[in-house]
Design a protein around this ligand. Sequence first.
Ligand SMILES: [Zn+2]
Length: 108
Amino acid sequence: MRPTVVFIAGVAWPVTSITRNEMIVEGNTPTSIGYSNGHNNTIRYLDALSPDRAASVIFHEIIHSVESEYGVGLDEKQVTALASGLFECMRNNKEFFRWLMEETGRAS
Ligand SMILES: [Zn+2]
């Protein structure tokens, strides 16, 4: 089951799916499939997406959220490149990233 919150720089960002109508009501274009809001720390994605597509959209929005929390000023092209590149790298190196996460917090 997918967790419903992601912590970024210690801040909880709820991650929820919404309908196309809700997406528009919340100020997005009819073609929007996800967004992150740095004012209320939320990530939303379209409920009609396949699980695989939802995962990549959520990851893209996480990169936007990291950008928001750290204020590095990335533009959409940079966010897209980072999100796509990192997601593809993690997807193709699951064993490596599993090991990397297991190493987190170990005493040196
Ligand atoms: Zn974006």
